[in-house]
Structures are given as C-alpha cells and as structure tokens.
Write a protein that binds this ligand. Structure first.
Ligand SMILES: [Zn+2]
Ligand SMILES: [Zn+2]
Length: 118
C-alpha cells in the first residue's frame, strides 16, 4: 500500500479538495468548526509580533514557526493517517508564509519515512 502525504494549507482558502483528512493546527481560539475539519489543538504557543509567553521575546514570523516543537504523540497519530494512505492537510493562517505546520509536516514526513523504510 502506498503512503499518503501531508500538505500545509491556509484555512482561509477553505478545505483542500483532494485531501482526505483535514486537521486544523491553529490556536484553539481561532478554530471555526466546519464539516470534516478536526481541531488538533496543536496551536503554536509562540506568537508573532507580541511578547512570547514562553520565550519572553517578540518573534518574527519565521522565528515563531521555528520555535515550535510538535507533540510527539500527535505526530504519531498524523503519521498513522499518512501510512494508511491518507492525504492529510494541515491548516493554519500563515501559509505561504512560514508556519508551525511546516514543523509538523517535517516531523510527520520523517516519522513516516522511518516507519516505512527497511
Ligand atoms: Zn517563543
Ligand atoms: Zn501558522
């Protein structure tokens, strides 16, 4: 069975047509429910343009994205979707700007590779 893949998308553009699994990864306060969209509660605790409560500095967009470390258990769950052949879309509000979803995608892609290669 072929693995699926992950893509990072902007929720403002609506759900990606050819994705099977739609995961909202923005902050919970920005989640607007819609059919098929799952709230992963993987929002980035590092904000852009105001003092970060974690780092006590103000992050630029790419810094905030790079400061994010995805939760391993959630990365495992997303990787399982991909290994089962699903096309998984990760949504936030940043794409095509740098986004913490890029970190999630990297972690998922790496794990899928580790789990599927000999
Ligand atoms: Zn921070
Ligand atoms: Zn984002």
């Amino acid at each position: 069975m072929n693995s699926g893949s992950t893509i990072v998308a902007n929720i403002r553009k609506g759900l990606v047509r050819n994705a099977d699994t739609h995961l909202f990864c923005g902050r919970e306060t920005s989640f607007r429910p819609q059919p098929g969209l799952i709230n992963t509660k993987m929002g980035n605790p590092h904000p852009v343009g105001r003092i970060c409560p974690v780092c006590k500095v103000t992050h630029a967009q790419s810094e905030a994205a790079h400061a994010y470390v995805p939760d391993r258990a959630k990365v495992e769950r997303i990787a399982d979707f991909v290994i089962r052949g699903k096309q998984v879309a990760l949504y936030c509000f940043c794409n095509p700007e740098p986004c913490h979803c890029d970190r999630i995608k990297e972690a998922v892609d790496k794990l899928v590779q580790e789990k599927t290669e000999f």
